[in-house]
Write a protein that binds this ligand. Structure first.
Ligand code: NAG
Ligand code: NAG
Length: 358
């Protein structure tokens, strides 16, 4: 941020006496790139979408997803942390007045909650990622939707992958899990392997934030193409691989149904071996996006729910790519274990207890 912008923001703070802080948007500082045209299909019509993340409200990834969801005609509100809250899992803590906001977007000393004066649907909350989405549900739904809950919560795309056991610590996953577990609202957590942080002011057409956002919208559109969007208690954990010369634009990517952990029954394309894990798919370096069905305990859901999700997503899933790029490299755990495992009824309770106290 330029010194002059910071000065204007600081002066704006003095000019706003209310408890809620509105960030003025200097006309000279509008470098936000509008969403590129996507092959978005809004068959289900506009829906109410609440967007959060754990990297902070000014991260390019979340701003681009916000822009693309709006461009697709949805009724979108963003509620995310004033600063990076990576690794906060399901912690729900408010921090009070702002200090050290992401990319200097909010002056130190600003109130705990505030919004962009030009676009009040862009909201920050100085707290953990879950505290920010909690504020979205408890406060912003009244402001924008007459108290109605969102139809869907989107989280991310996170800067960095959230695969396997790492999901337990992810604030991005924590946000999606909060929606499903505490608000009974379906949710999708998106994470991307590319760890380049892009301030929203530096977004450029075709950059990684645009690619991830387009991929996120493709999945979102399939999820909202019919109701219920997802089975009760289920969120999706989605991971995009890093972009590369071969995987440079959204059209280069395919979607694969995965599990978070390997110890679950086989669902989907692979009859003889287990369903590939998220990690199997991302490690394949074959421009494949992993999609897992997560329960409110942050583990894989049972076979019936996985099958429901697989069937719903099947129009966008690629079995050919599983066979070509992944099948040969995964162990047939189904035969090793000799019986079906249902994590939902197994260690789930224990893990849930741990995660809730993080
Ligand atoms: C507020 O929104 C305006 C309009 O989209 C934008 O130009 C400005 O950069 C935004 N500021 C912040 C901090 O989000
Ligand atoms: C965000 O927070 C995480 C966890 O504290 C840390 O590892 C990461 O480096 C932070 N990123 C930035 C850009 O500050």
């Amino acid at each position: 941020m330029s010194p002059s912008l910071f000065c204007k923001l600081a002066l704006g703070a003095l000019a706003v006496p209310s408890a809620v802080f509105a960030i003025p948007a200097p006309a000279t500082f509008d470098r936000q790139v509008p969403g590129e045209t996507t092959s978005v299909n809004t068959r289900a019509g506009p829906i109410k979408i609440l967007i959060g993340n754990d990297d902070g409200w000014a991260e390019g990834n979340i701003r681009q997803l916000y822009a693309d969801a709006q461009q697709a005609g949805h009724d979108v509100v963003l509620s995310a942390g004033a600063k990076n809250g990576s690794g906060s899992s399901s912690l729900n803590i408010a921090f009070g007045k702002v200090s050290g906001a992401e990319y200097g977007t909010i002056p130190d000393g600003a109130p705990q909650a505030g919004f962009n004066q030009t676009d009040p649907r862009l909201n920050y909350f100085n707290g953990t990622p879950v505290a920010a989405i909690d504020n979205g549900f408890n406060v912003l739904t009244k402001k924008f939707w007459g108290g109605a809950k969102p139809d869907l919560v989107l989280s991310g795309p996170n800067v960095g992958s959230n695969l396997g056991a790492i999901t337990l610590f992810s604030g991005t996953v924590g946000v999606a899990n909060y929606a499903v577990k505490h608000q009974s609202v379906p949710a999708i957590a998106f994470s991307g392997g590319d760890e380049t942080r892009i301030p929203y002011t530096a977004l450029q057409p075709g950059d990684v934030s645009h690619v991830y956002s387009q991929l996120a919208m493709t999945i979102t559109n399939q999820v909202i193409s019919s109701t219920p969007f997802l089975p009760a208690g289920v969120s999706l954990n989605v991971n995009f691989p890093k972009t590369s010369a071969n995987c440079a634009k959204a059209e280069d990517f395919k979607f694969v149904f995965t599990t978070i952990y390997p110890l679950v029954p086989t669902i989907g394309c692979t009859e003889s071996v287990r369903t590939p894990t998220e990690a199997d798919v991302i490690a394949s370096n074959a421009c494949l996006v992993s999609i897992s069905a997560m329960g409110s305990h942050k583990l894989d859901v049972d076979t019936a729910k996985q099958t429901t999700v697989f069937n719903k997503l099947s129009p966008i899933l690629s079995c050919a790519d599983v066979k070509d790029h992944i099948l040969s490299s995964i162990l047939p755990l189904g035969t090793v274990l000799g019986r079906r495992h249902d994590l939902e009824d197994g260690v789930a309770g224990t893990v849930e207890g741990i995660v809730d106290t993080l």
